[in-house]
Design a protein around this ligand. Structure first.
Ligand code: 4AD
Ligand code: MG
Length: 461
């Protein structure tokens, strides 16, 4: 027994020998006396061609197998110099392992991504999604490899929490209270002391706060896990459940973090280009003709930096008509981000020093008293894929800020204590994993890079 990957990677070893493969039929065509099957065994992007003929006792039956049937094939691997594929298996035995019905929805034609989303349980068998999800797996591995090689400690931060790290109020509540009969306290509010945890809780929007606690013990740490946001944004780049990579580094400032982000992006891009050649060539041919050229360029060029204030000036001077207003103090919208990274800078860019009002409470206040040491990384085609900052390590300034924003002391007491006991300068960032996959594959909708997407009004699978 072998695999299609092994055969493609070391064909000399297998040529003119008997091999045995189990997989799913992607196509089948046959005439009276012979037929062809393209088989995918799950180990490799490319299919292997099987030739079978009437010398097989079950020849007639085989011609009736529907596509997507699972079979085991035994036969000799033969070179086919004139054909499209480099070799084929001349079958001596074909055994049905699992039949498929005639109404299998993935026929050999192009299906729209919209349609394929409605069959999320079958779409990993289509070329595009097969490629996306292998790249997703490799990119996840590359991220771990990058951080582990640099001595970072991987922290599993909690999924259920009482805090709202980003302060945006976009949480999914977690409760065991009976919704039909919610207990109320004296003030007529929901009595969470009766809830499972004895307090109000939600799914995490970010593992950052807990990662900070670990950075102050291990120095360099990262989390990589699911995060949840009840953002009512029905766009191609927002999901309610997405994965985030959040490194946190101690004795480090904003630029140590952006440097780390740049190195990490290049590392992951290079790793995927080297280890998913077939998939990346497929994306380059069918999804985005400039993908490989662009990624190669990104992997070898230095990322740019501009301040938020400069970004606002650029946008104000531009002749572009934007849907949303541009004004110092207002947040940048996707259209602004894309204009800057696509039309002006033309490569990944960090925008730094945002007004404190539009950023989270934990970001370090700059000397101007108006901006914070934040950095968003924008890339062409998507806009923001990383959000990061240097954290406020000065206890008094942090507490003032938390009071201004009326954050609950009982929830964040431990976060403040980190400043009291050996608190040092530290920084970190969050990379949206799905946005990174979109960037690497050229796919334009977040629903098409996550196996079973959860977005507004949609969680069918
Ligand atoms: O900019 P954000 O909100 O930053 C944080 O959560 C920080 N705690 C990170 C940190 O400093 N440790 O989110 C970080 C990234 C964004 O740049 C974006 O790529 C992604 O997470 N992201 C989303 N991806 C998909 N769907 C959503 N709804 C997302 N919201 C954020
Ligand atoms: Mg952000």
């Amino acid at each position: 027994k072998t695999t299609v990957r092994k055969i493609f990677e070391a064909q000399e070893k297998y040529l003119d020998k008997d091999v045995q493969i189990s997989g799913w039929m992607r196509t089948i065509r046959s005439s009276k006396s012979f037929g062809f099957i393209e088989l995918n065994d799950g180990t490799f992007f490319k299919n292997i061609q099987i030739v079978f003929d009437e010398s097989l006792e079950n020849f007639k039956e085989i011609t009736k197998y529907q596509i997507s049937s699972a079979i085991t094939v035994q036969g000799e691997l033969k070179e086919t110099p004139e054909a499209q594929q480099p070799f084929e298996i001349r079958a001596k035995m074909i055994k049905l392992e699992g039949s498929s019905a005639h109404d299998y929805p993935l026929q050999k034609k192009r299906h729209s991504f919209e349609y394929l989303r409605t069959i999320a349980h079958l779409r990993p068998r289509s070329n595009t999604f097969y490629a996306v999800f292998r790249v997703r797996s490799l990119a996840a591995y590359a991220i771990h490899k990058f951080f582990q090689e640099r001595g970072f400690v991987y922290v599993h931060t909690p999924i259920i929490t009482g805090s709202d790290a980003e302060g945006a109020g976009e949480m999914f509540h977690v409760t065991t209270l009976d919704m039909e009969n919610v207990p109320l306290n004296d003030e007529g509010k929901v009595d969470y002391s009766k809830d499972f945890f004895g307090r109000e809780t939600n799914l995490t929007v970010s593992g950052q706060l807990e990662a900070e606690a670990f950075a102050l013990a291990f120095r360099n740490v990262y989390t990589f896990g699911p995060t949840f946001r009840a953002e009512n944004s029905n766009t191609g780049r927002h999901a309610a459940e997405f994965w985030m990579i959040e490194p946190e580094i101690a004795f480090a400032d904003l630029f140590d973090a952006t440097k780390l982000a740049e190195d990490m992006m290049k590392y992951v891009i290079n790793y995927v280009m080297e280890n998913a050649k077939e998939e990346m060539e497929f994306f380059n041919s069918f999804i985005d003709k400039e993908l490989l050229e662009r990624l190669n360029h990104v992997a070898s060029s230095k990322f740019e930096y501009i301040t938020y204030t400069e970004a606002i000036e650029i946008l104000k001077k531009s002749k572009e008509t934007f849907q949303y207003p541009v004004e110092w103090g207002l947040d940048l919208q996707t259209e602004h981000e894309r204009y800057i990274t696509e039309k002006v800078i033309k490569k990944p860019v960090f925008i730094i020093d945002y007004p404190k009002e539009i950023k989270a409470f934990y970001m370090r206040l700059n000397d101007d008293g108006k901006t914070v040491a934040a950095s968003d990384m924008l890339v062409p085609g998507i806009g923001e894929i990383i959000g990061g900052s240097q954290r406020e390590e000065r206890p008094d300034i942090l507490e003032n800020r938390m009071e201004e924003l009326k954050l609950d002391k009982d929830t964040y007491w431990w976060y403040n204590e980190l400043r009291k006991f050996g608190g040092v300068k530290h920084a970190g960032y969050g990379l949206g994993f799905e946005r990174a996959i979109m960037y690497i594959t050229g796919m334009s909708n977040i629903r098409d890079v996550i196996p079973f997407p959860r977005t507004v009004k949609s969680a069918e699978f």
